[in-house]
Each structure stands twice: as C-alpha cells, then as structure tokens.
Design a protein around this ligand. Structure first.
Ligand SMILES: Cc1cc2nc3c(=O)[nH]c(=O)nc-3n(C[C@H](O)[C@H](O)[C@H](O)COP(=O)(O)O)c2cc1C
Length: 217
C-alpha cells in the first residue's frame, strides 16, 4: 500500500480480531517509525510494547481504575473551547452513537472502557518521554505516533491512538515498572482490524481547508 492510500484509508479502529501481531512485525513497524524527524535528531520517544498476558493485566488494571475514578475521554482544554471545536466533537459523538447502539453499547461506556482495554487489540504500545525534556518534545512524540499509525496501516494492521490512558499514568507506571523520570504520553492499540464490526463502520469527516488554512500568496 502506498503512502497516500494509507493516509486515505486509515481510520481509528475500535474492534480487533483476536489474532496476535508477531513481535517481528512490530519490530518492522518500529524500525520505520523511528525514521521520523525529531528536533536535533534527539529521538526522544520511548516505546513500550505490551502483548499477551501482560497486555491483559494492564487492561484489567486500567478498567478497574476507570470504574473507580471515572475519568473519561475529553479534549483536555484549559479554557472553554471555541464553538467550531465543540461542534466537531459533538458531530463525532453523533456519528458514532448509532453504530455503537447496534452493538448494544452506550457511547461513553464503550469509549472509556474500550480505551482502557485498547479495544481488545492484542498489542498495546505505550509512548513515554523522559521528563528532563521540555514539553516542546511532545511534538516529536506526536510525529512518531503519526508515523506509527500510517506504517501499521500500510501493513494491513489497525490502530487507535489512546489519549485517555494518560489519566491513568500512575497505574501504567506501576504495572509496567516505568521509572519515575519517564512520563506516559499516549498509547496506541494495535492489531488486525475487525472490519465487520459496527464499531469500525464509520469514517470521520474533515472540514475543508478554509477552516484551517490562511494564505499569504
Ligand atoms: C492524541 C489523540 C488521542 C486520542 N485518544 C483517544 C482515546 O482515548 N480513545 C479513543 O477511542 N480514540 C482516541 N483518539 C482517536 C480519535 O478519536 C480519532 O482520531 C478522531 O475521532 C478522528 O477519527 P479517525 O482517527 O478515525 O480519523 C485519539 C486520537 C488522538 C490523535
């Protein structure tokens, strides 16, 4: 699959087949991902690949903590959002709700518990950043995530980027023995997509360029 096809066809996957992803394939993906650019070539990203029983243990811990703390997916804004952004968020909820209803799921429960379970994907990838770095280096990690989802797509795998797990950083650090000086930035669910599931049947739209781009030409 070429790059444009990977970009065009990618969507976040929220139902996976149980088949495991081999360590060799994850290594192949990561070897391409780390070709991403980073400031001064610092390559600040760190990846923790969690599979098998360890992944199940991590999911169990996160779901338990979610049920206790009830911290949900949210945009994490520090001031009220402009209407444009709120409307886009609401439109996504409206798009997904009927598909999740087909599965008998209520939106919030599906997204929050699903995120904590990496949507049943056989592999969870946790991205960390040494806390000696400035927050500017989160950009580099974000570029790594962008590469990851596209490389995985080009190998026929599905991904869902999981920001919610950031709210459960302490639990993740405990389960995966992550040292104090590393911050958990984000997670990625990785596996073979179950394309028959209603959870994967919708494709989120994008606004046209006029909403994002100003030209001086
Ligand atoms: C930084 C980031 C955090 C995200 N966190 C979550 C999450 O916690 N749970 C989830 O289900 N999807 C999460 N997503 C996926 C977005 O909801 C998804 O990318 C968006 O709705 C656009 O849909 P698409 O990826 O199918 O194009 C996240 C995506 C990004 C980039």
């Amino acid at each position: 699959m070429d790059l444009i096809e990977a970009i065009d066809s990618r969507r976040s996957i929220r139902a996976f087949k149980p088949s495991p992803v081999s360590r060799e394939l994850v290594e192949k993906i990561l070897n391409l991902v780390v070709k991403a650019p980073s400031a001064i070539n610092l390559q600040p990203w760190e990846f923790i690949v969690v599979m098998g029983e360890e992944k199940e243990r991590l999911s169990r811990k996160l779901i338990k903590s979610y049920r206790e703390k009830q911290i949900s997916c949210s945009p994490g804004n520090v001031k009220p959002l402009a209407d444009t952004f709120s409307k886009r968020g609401l439109a996504s909820v409206e798009l997904m709700t009927p598909s999740l209803a087909k599965l008998g799921h209520e939106f919030n429960q599906f997204i929050n518990e699903g995120s904590c379970n990496f949507y049943g994907a056989p592999t969870a990838v946790i991205l960390c950043l040494d806390n000696a770095f400035s927050k500017a280096r989160l950009v580099d990690v974000g570029i790594g995530v962008g590469y990851f989802v596209l490389v995985a797509q080009s190998f026929g795998l599905g991904t869902c980027t999981i920001g919610l797990i950031n709210a459960y950083e302490d639990e993740i650090k405990e389960v995966l023995s992550i040292p104090e000086n590393k911050d958990v930035v984000i997670g990625i669910a990785l596996g073979y997509p179950d394309l028959d599931s209603p959870a994967n049947e919708f494709k989120t739209p994008r606004d046209n360029l006029d909403s994002f781009v100003r030209w001086f030409d």
